[in-house]
Design a protein around this ligand. Structure first.
Ligand SMILES: *Cc1c(COP(=O)(O)O)cnc(C)c1O
Length: 368
């Protein structure tokens, strides 16, 4: 009997998440120097983290021989103040991805259904499959989440509905009004997870706290990986009702969020000026990319986040060709094979990308 035969039924069929290609890997494969390469593949903050966050992280290194505060007391208190909620309404995760998985552990039984959009962030589907649940992928006309269709997909087996807004990889967003209406129409056995990974890039992100307050089964997820520039440290959080949070706390590892990440997150929250500045720079970068794509005659989806979904045709080939020129972007699955997701970079990186894309398109005769 070989080892794989001992694995549970699901694991051999479990799709593997394909992350943004690391700079080191592209350097090795294409014989490039590390600092010739720019990564516009994972929606990271190209201006990095706030100095306050980095200083706090460095200071925390002095204590790395000690286990972290498993309850993340200081950070939780700070988040509670920031959101005007009670500390009992927060759970921290090793990235908000961990909280998506915790939701699976807590709520999904084999055979249950999880509803998500067909072009939504792929991790929801992966978690459903890992738990033996059924991902129900709802059509997204115009690449945006259609809440009416999501509503129609609900059955007696539906446990979780995921809505990322702005969505990755499409950059589309839903309005507060339609979300409120949708959530208030959900049956009692359905939990609504609102993934706010890109909320800070919106001028007025939907505020779902009134829904939590009135007892709806809602959880909101935030991350420090995007505008806060702390992707490497793996930290995110969820806020919801105390009852929801205490269930999720049972499913997590005791020290799931390390002390350097906790310290850096606290530092990041102190520096709201940095967040404001990065938001502004991102807005400029989005306009630069949109204009550049338009000049090249490449279609794109108007974005509310820190990346843009372009449609140059031949996504996979262009992804490869761009790497030869030291630029990492993101090709997508078979349903979006004509598309390329490009994260907003610095002004210089965006210029480099647009120049390289023009060249790459001419190599592949993509529609220009
Ligand atoms: C990047 C991203 C996250 C955050 O992931 P982390 O685990 O916090 O790094 C969550 N949801 C979506 C839709 C994202 O794009």
């Amino acid at each position: 009997m070989n080892l794989s035969q001992l694995a549970n039924d699901r694991i051999l069929d479990q799709p593997v998440y394909e992350p943004g290609k690391p700079i080191e890997e592209v350097a090795r494969e294409f014989g490039l120097h590390l600092d010739q390469i720019c990564k516009l593949a994972s929606n990271e903050n190209p201006w990095g983290a706030s100095e306050l966050a980095k200083q706090a992280a460095i200071q925390a290194l002095e204590k790395v021989h000690l286990y972290p505060d498993g309850s993340a007391h200081a950070l939780t208190e700070r988040l509670a103040t920031l959101h005007s909620l009670n500390p009992s309404q927060f759970v921290l995760g090793n990235g908000s991805n961990e909280i998506i998985e915790l939701l699976g552990h807590v709520f999904l039984e084999p055979g249950d259904e999880l509803i998500c959009g067909e072009f939504a962030f792929v991790v929801y589907k992966l978690v459903a499959l890992l738990m033996g649940a059924k991902p129900v992928e709802v059509p997204m006309p115009g690449l945006a989440h259609d809440l009416n269709q999501m509503k129609s997909a609900i059955t007696d087996r539906t446990k979780l509905v995921f809505l990322p807004s702005p969505n990755n990889p499409t950059g589309t967003a839903n309005t507060e009004e339609e979300i409120f209406q949708f959530v208030r129409s959900l049956p009692e056995h359905v939990i609504f997870c609102f993934d706010e990974a890109y909320a800070e890039y919106l001028d007025s992100p939907p505020d779902l706290r009134p829904l939590i307050e009135e007892g709806r089964k809602v959880i909101c997820l935030r991350t420090f990986s995007k505008i806060h520039g702390l992707a490497a440290l793996r930290i995110g959080y969820g806020y919801s009702s105390p009852e929801m949070i205490s269930l999720l706390q049972r499913a997590r590892q005791p020290f799931n969020v390390n002390s350097v990440a906790q310290a850096a997150a606290l530092g990041a929250l102190q520096d709201s000026a940095w967040v404001t500045q990065c938001k502004k720079r991102n807005q400029d970068g989005l306009e630069q990319l949109a204009q550049g794509l338009q000049d090249l005659g490449i279609e794109y989806v108007p974005s509310h986040a820190n990346f843009i979904l372009s449609k140059p045709g031949n996504g996979r080939s262009l992804f490869l060709e761009l790497q030869k020129q030291g630029i990492i972007t993101r090709a997508l699955g078979p349903l979006l094979s004509d598309y390329l997701r490009i994260s907003v970079g610095t002004e210089e990186e965006n210029i480099r990308l647009l120049t390289a894309l023009e060249k790459a398109c001419s190599v592949y005769g993509a529609k220009l």
